[in-house]
Write a protein that binds this ligand. Structure first.
Ligand code: CA
Length: 231
């Protein structure tokens, strides 16, 4: 099944047109009308690709791109209206993968999206087994940053995914809260303390465990921290 594509675009007609075109190709398409809402939703949505308009109310597309790049290597396709914006996209090395100049045809859009997705994930698809952790009923796809239980997709935030990946990579190994905190420090305010980890773990359990009160995957190691189950 094709994954989710996020379009960050404040013009409803453009956003809707793109959505319809990509849905016809089998993609799920989420519309974020502002950069701020895109950043807010990015972690939970974990899109496979982001279509990013340069001109947005509030935070502009360049800034959104910079911020996304702090946490993700997701393919980003810029939508620009003017030649000077194109120069900026190409010249600034802000981490965009490609761009389309408005107005663009639906056919052009679809072919660019497919090409980008192939480039980003195509080769990895062949070696998927090596980049996927299987733990009981859980499948953790490291490349697509996706988690599923019994084939059912589970939406995790960026922080939750990284914590889970870290723990699940080495079942049985005990991590202290301080060690796990180091992992999440990159995205979180400096005042985050070790209790933050408890909160994240609790959220992860709510999402991945059949019975969060009797966790099967992430075990609490009393007085120390957490470990992923070896079973
Ligand atoms: Ca716009």
């Amino acid at each position: 099944m094709a994954g989710t594509i996020m379009i960050v675009e404040d013009e409803p007609a453009v956003a809707r047109g793109v959505q319809v075109a990509l849905q016809r190709e089998g993609y799920q398409v989420d519309i974020a009308p502002t950069g701020e809402s895109a950043l807010e939703r990015f972690g939970d949505l974990a899109p496979e690709l982001v279509l990013l308009d340069v001109r947005l109310p509030g935070m502009d597309g360049f800034e959104v791109c910079r911020q996304l790049r702090r946490e993700s290597r997701v393919p980003i396709l810029f939508l620009t209206a003017r030649a000077d914006e194109v120069d900026k996209v190409v010249g600034l090395e802000i981490g965009a993968d490609d761009y389309l100049v408005k107005p663009f045809s639906v056919r052009e859009l679809v072919s660019r999206v497919k090409a980008l997705l192939r480039r980003a994930y195509g080769e990895l698809a062949n070696t998927e087994a090596g980049r996927t952790l299987r733990r009981g009923d859980l499948v953790i796809d490291l490349d697509r940053r996706r988690v599923a239980r019994d084939g059912e997709r589970i939406a995790l935030t960026t922080t939750e995914f990284d914590l889970l990946r870290h723990l699940a990579t080495r079942p049985g190994r005990v991590y202290t809260r301080a060690q796990l905190l180091e992992l999440v420090r990159d995205y979180e305010a400096l005042e985050a303390d070790e209790r933050t980890i408890n909160v994240h773990i609790s959220h992860i359990r709510d999402k991945i465990e059949v019975d969060p009160a009797q966790p099967r995957y992430i075990k609490t190691v009393r007085g120390v921290g957490y470990a992923f189950s070896e079973e």
